[in-house]
Design a binder for this molecule. Structure first.
Ligand SMILES: Nc1nc2c(ncn2[C@@H]2O[C@H](COP(=O)(O)OP(=O)(O)OP(=O)(O)O)[C@@H](O)[C@H]2O)c(=O)[nH]1
Ligand SMILES: [Mg+2]
Length: 297
């Protein structure tokens, strides 16, 4: 039996969360077309007869503007230090950028084996894939190269089997049936945040935090009250929408996913509150569960 940890690292929007969800065959991390969706480490566990892989999704590494964002970057770096193997996930359909080089340097400095995951090949032709692989190969001697589509790929068996070879001999790290180790309330809040990201534009997705205020199981239903936090009064207006239309839309979309997650009927009440500059306040960032544990630097 082998077991160990694999970190998925890369720039925002590369497809890390999409990939982890498919690797563990369950939605453990939220996904959106907006960069900087993932704000903290999220684990997804895959157990086979002879291997258990603990995949760790990390926030996309980027140039930080807010305290929240520097903590997200730090979280990604911290996660990388404690694993057996790193997947550098990159969007193959766009040119290699300075941001990619920055992530590559971080990954190199760990001294760990690194797989290059060239993602989104569904948007590329074969020639482009080969060219991109060559460009990456000239930058670093990756342990393995996997061109794939995290979104449309059907089987990742080859990746799993190769990954296994890089993990140490060891026992199960989690019970065999565990897929996510995320706290239930955090997963609920994240699902709601995913719908906010889906329904809003520009500054709002980045300025939003979500927190579960109360959760109660009664008979075969779950009653949830959650708080959506924004930074400005004007954002609150947009979040609520005309006669509450936006909030209703977000609530309906979230409820569908929450019923799947909890396996019960869900009654969801959403509230919106302005929390001035929460992205710059460590205590708030920690309270909402973003950016990993604050280690006081
Ligand atoms: N066409 C295509 N789109 C993809 C693929 N993988 C991911 N996407 C899309 O890319 C966008 C970003 O995906 P995420 O999985 O949220 O990316 P991420 O790397 O986790 O991003 P951050 O959390 O912001 O760091 C979403 O709109 C996905 O649907 C792929 O293989 N092909
Ligand atoms: Mg993500």
């Amino acid at each position: 039996m082998r077991s160990g940890f694999v970190a998925l690292a890369g720039r925002p929007n590369a497809g890390k969360s999409t990939l982890i969800n498919n690797l563990v065959r369950e939605k453990v991390a939220i996904v959106s077309d907006k960069p900087q969706t993932t704000r903290s480490e999220i684990r997804g566990i895959r157990t086979e007869e002879d291997v258990q892989i603990v995949f760790t999704d990390t926030p996309g590494i980027h140039k930080p503007k807010y305290r929240l964002e520097s903590r997200m970057n730090k979280e990604a770096g911290d996660v990388m230090m404690g694993v057996d193997l790193i997947y550098l996930v990159t969007d193959g359909s766009v040119p290699i950028s300075k941001g990619d080089e920055f992530v590559l340097n971080m990954v190199k400095n760990t001294g760990l084996p690194v797989f290059l995951i060239l993602n989104k090949i569904d948007k590329m032709d074969q020639k482009q894939v080969i060219k991109k692989l060559q460009q990456w190969q000239s930058r670093f001697d990756f342990a393995e190269y996997f061109p794939l589509s995290a979104k449309f790929g059907k089987s990742f068996d080859d990746l799993i089997q190769t990954t296994k070879k890089y993990l140490p001999e060891g026992d199960l790290l989690y019970p065999a049936e565990t897929v996510s180790d995320g706290a239930e309330n955090f997963r609920i809040a994240e699902i709601i945040r995913e719908k906010v990201l889906q329904c809003t534009e520009e500054e709002i997705p980045h300025a939003t935090a979500v927190m579960v205020e109360s959760k109660e199981f009664r008979k075969n239903a779950c009653y949830i009250q959650a708080l959506i936090l924004v930074e400005k009064k004007s954002q609150k207006g947009i979040m609520i929408g005309k006669q509450g239309s936006m909030l209703k839309k977000i609530g309906t979309l979230a409820r569908e996913d929450l019923e799947k997650l909890l396996g019960k009927k869900v009654f969801l009440e959403l509230f919106v509150r302005v929390e001035d500059e929460w992205r710059s306040r460590d205590a708030r960032i920690t309270e909402y569960g973003y950016g990993g544990a604050f280690r006081g630097e």
